[in-house]
Design a protein around this ligand. Structure first.
Ligand code: ATP
Length: 454
């Protein structure tokens, strides 16, 4: 396993994320619930900023990409067509000795759903939990979609599923979007939303969740454009994750070999991030051929062919799909941003978030709680808050308040002192350099707008 270049272990990250209000265990009050995590005040802001950056980069900056927002529950026929009802399964095994349950492919160390191959390999594998040998049950498959019922009657006719990915809704609306936006190939449809997967072994903090948020883009292309488009989006995804702060040396492509790829995909690649447990999938990009639209055309009986007016050709478009989970990314962003340094003989912890995604952009800190200073500081707050997230804090010493803001990655601290009453100016401290600048209060908003421009 490659050593991670990051400074935090998984345990340290989990505890830091909790202590600083980024991520809490869901239902912690009741002992938690496996695979579900809540975002606290800073995590929620961070996630929103990541989503907004993704939307700007992939939707607003591409004239041929539009966004949708489709429902979590869809007609189950959609999941029949997409193959999820029959094949969205993971193999699982139990250890007969310690009763632990595992993903069979993870324990066997081979990326396959072939139960025979897995059983073969598991014969030579000891239980990672108790070390017992020859202790696994035969591998069996497990449906990962969460089931529910629509309406008051809980019978087979009313079964529905929580979507396991957001892409399904995009494919089902492909024709409506194409018609209403008059898009010509290549064009893309983007969506950000919740997805649900009943993972057998959720874990590694928020890496493998049962309720997750995906940011997916389906780019519809002429089959002949597919290879070039695949290469182009693969590069764009890599550029974007670096633009929000992931370091180059913590990222790598992992091209899928023939036996790792879905049977319909012509090519697929992961962008892997160097988590504390090694390089693992962060972003998946695939050339899914005409599999999706052909399957939906067949199941629905609707014509989903595309007519190319220029060439007179009629065909089913190919799909290039880049897909990433917000939480996996948020975890990578936190790992990469975390830094420790010594300042004046003391340890300083600082989250070096890019200002674009920092949960809090600025903090207004009056030097004392005296009413005349509080009054002015509140005016300063009111002048800059609203367009972005600003904190107001007048508790504890100024040093402690700076440290607290460094620890959540706030790029600018604004100190209101007694001179401010006279010179109508404040001191702005920049997080990374700790450089301080005196700025006129009436120029502060424009100053921050300029610094926070992206
Ligand atoms: P894995 O092999 O890790 O189970 P996958 O190949 O099933 O992932 P995709 O179906 O390609 O994942 O999903 C696209 C993206 O959604 C992944 O790259 C990842 O960022 C995110 N993702 C998928 N499953 C989970 C999960 N259980 N928890 C958090 N994020 C997830």
């Amino acid at each position: 396993m490659n050593e991670s270049k990051n400074k935090l272990s998984m345990e340290e990250l989990t505890s830091y994320a909790k202590r600083r209000g980024f991520v809490f265990q869901a239902s912690e009050l009741y002992g938690g619930i496996g695979g579900f995590w809540d975002l606290g005040p800073y995590g929620a802001e961070l996630a929103d900023n990541i989503k907004s950056s993704w939307w700007k980069f992939f939707v607003y900056k591409n004239a041929n990409v539009v966004g949708v927002n489709t429902t979590i529950i869809q007609n189950p026929k959609l999941w029949k067509a997409s193959g999820h009802i029959d094949t969205f399964v993971d193999p699982m095994v139990d250890c007969k000795e310690c009763k632990h349950r595992f993903r069979a492919d993870h324990v066997a160390g081979i990326d396959t759903n072939d139960l025979k191959k897995l059983d073969e390999k598991l014969k030579e594998t000891a239980c990672p939990n108790c070390g017992a040998k020859y202790s696994f049950t035969p591998a069996r498959t497990f449906q990962m979609m969460f089931k529910t019922y629509v309406g008051p009657i809980e019978d087979d006719a009313n079964v529905a599923y929580l979507r396991p990915e957001t892409a399904g809704g995009i494919f089902a609306q492909y024709e409506n979007v194409r018609e209403t936006t008059r898009k010509k190939l290549p064009f893309g449809i983007a969506q950000i939303g919740k997805a649900f997967r009943n993972e057998i072994t959720p874990g590694d903090f928020i890496f493998r969740l049962r309720e997750l948020t995906q940011m997916e883009l389906e780019v519809f292309v002429h089959p002949k454009q597919a290879k070039d488009q695949y290469d182009e989006w693969k590069q764009k995804c890599m550029d974007w994750v670096q633009s929000i702060g992931l370091s180059k040396e913590n990222l790598q492509y992992h091209d899928h070999a023939d036996d790792e790829r879905a049977h319909y995909a012509e090519a697929s690649v992961d962008i892997q991030y160097n988590y504390p447990f090694g390089f693992k999938e962060l972003y998946g990009i695939a050339n899914r051929t005409d599999y999706d639209l052909s399957a939906h055309a067949k199941e629905s009986g609707k014509d989903l062919t595309y007519f190319d007016e220029a060439t007179g050709e009629r065909f089913i478009p190919y799909v290039i799909e880049p897909s990433v989970g917000v939480e996996r990314l948020l975890m990578a962003v936190m790992l990469d941003a975390y830094d420790e340094e010594e300042v004046g003989g003391e340890k300083r912890v600082v989250m070096r978030f890019k200002p674009e995604i920092a949960p809090v952009k600025a903090a207004v800190l009056p030097l004392s709680k005296k009413p005349e200073l509080s009054g002015l500081a509140k005016d300063v707050f009111a002048k800059i808050a609203g367009d972005y997230n600003v904190e107001y804090d007048e508790t504890q010493s100024i040093g402690k308040r700076y440290r607290r803001q460094d620890e959540i990655g706030t790029p600018f601290c604004i100190t209101v002192d007694f001179d401010s009453l006279e010179d109508k100016a404040v001191t702005v401290r920049e997080r990374d350099t700790m450089k301080q600048e005196r700025i006129k209060i009436e120029e502060l908003k424009a100053y921050l707008d300029e610094k926070l421009k992206y």
